[in-house]
Design a protein. Structure first.
Ligand code: ADP
Ligand code: MG
Length: 247
C-alpha cells in the first residue's frame, strides 16, 4: 500500500495547551481513512494540519514532519495555496459561496489559473453526483439547493481543482440519513481517484466507507488498523468502550 500522506512526531500547541501529542500516522493512496474519537480529542486539528489550515491561526505551534508523496507540506518553498489545491477540504457545514451553482465551481478555478470551461464545470458536477439535479439551471443561486446538494456542490468545487487528497470534517453531520447515504456512495466512488481522510462521529459511517480507522483520545492516537479489525476486534479497552458508545 503506497502511503500518500505521512505524519511523523507531530505535536500541536495552541498557546500553552498541547492539543496533539506525538502523532505518527500515514494515509494510504486511494483509500478512505476515518478519524474517530470523542469530541475535543484533536481530530479536526489533525485534519487541518494536513493542508496547513493552521497557518491561519497565529497561536498554533506545529512541530513534526508532514509529507505528501515525500514532499514537506510545510516546506518554505511551497505556498500554502498550492498545498490546499493538492489537498482539498470539505467542512461539516456546507459553505457554498453566495453565487450561482456554476460560479461556485469556476471561482476557485479562476483563482488557481486553471481552465474553467463549461466542460470542466460539468465534469466536476458529474463527479460529485450532482449534474443531473442541476444541469437545467446552472445559474441558480447555490443557497437554493438542499443541504445534501450544497455539500455535494462543495465536493464538486473541491474536485474541480484536481486535488490528490480530499479531507472531510464530519461532512454529513448536518444532513438527513438519505443525503448522508448519497454522500457515502460518493466517497466510495471518489476513492478510486483520490486519497480521502474523513472525520466522523458516526460509527456506522466509518464502517461503511473507511478502509482504515484511527481512534484518537486526548490528543493521541490510541489505536489504528483496518476498519474491520478495529471495530470487530479492538485491541485497546478505550477503543472498545468508545465504539460501543460508552462515552
Ligand atoms: P475534535 O475535532 O476531535 O472535536 P479539535 O481538534 O477541534 O477536536 O480540538 C481539540 C482541542 O483543541 C480542543 O480542546 C479545542 O478546544 C482545542 N482547539 C482547537 N482549535 C483551537 C484554537 N484555534 N485555539 C485554541 N484551542 C483550540
Ligand atoms: Mg472536530
Amino acid at each position: 500500500m503506497t502511503s500518500k500522506l505521512s505524519v511523523e512526531n507531530l505535536h500541536i500547541n495552541f498557546g500553552q495547551k498541547e492539543v496533539l501529542k506525538n502523532i505518527n500516522v500515514s494515509f494510504a493512496e486511494h483509500q478512505v481513512t476515518a478519524l474517530i474519537g470523542p469530541s475535543g480529542c484533536g481530530k479536526s486539528t489533525l485534519l487541518r494540519s494536513l493542508n496547513r489550515m493552521h497557518d491561519l491561526s497565529p497561536d498554533a505551534k506545529i512541530m513534526g514532519k508532514l509529507r505528501i508523496d515525500g514532499t514537506d507540506i510545510y516546506g518554505k518553498d511551497i505556498p500554502p495555496t498550492k498545498i490546499r489545491q493538492r489537498i482539498g477540504m470539505v467542512f461539516q457545514k456546507a459553505n457554498p459561496f453566495a453565487k450561482s451553482v456554476y460560479d461556485n465551481i469556476t471561482y476557485g478555478l479562476k483563482i488557481n489559473n486553471l481552465p474553467h470551461t463549461k466542460d470542466v464545470v460539468e465534469k466536476a458536477l458529474r463527479e460529485a453526483f450532482l449534474w443531473e439535479e442541476v444541469k437545467n439551471d446552472l445559474k441558480m443561486p447555490a443557497t437554493r439547493l438542499s443541504g445534501g446538494q450544497q455539500q455535494r456542490l462543495c465536493i464538486a468545487r473541491t474536485v474541480a481543482l484536481r486535488p490528490e487528497v480530499i479531507l472531510m470534517d464530519e461532512p454529513c453531520s448536518a444532513l438527513d440519513p438519505i443525503s448522508t447515504l448519497k454522500i457515502e456512495e460518493l466517497i466510495t466512488d471518489l476513492k478510486d481517484r483520490y486519497t480521502i481522510v474523513i472525520v466522523t462521529h458516526n460509527m456506522q459511517q466509518a464502517q461503511r466507507v473507511a478502509d482504515k480507522t484511527i481512534f484518537m483520545y486526548l490528543g493521541e492516537v490510541k489505536e489504528e488498523g483496518s476498519t474491520q479489525q478495529l471495530f470487530n476486534n479492538p485491541k485497546h479497552e478505550l477503543t472498545a468502550n468508545y465504539i460501543s458508545g460508552h462515552f
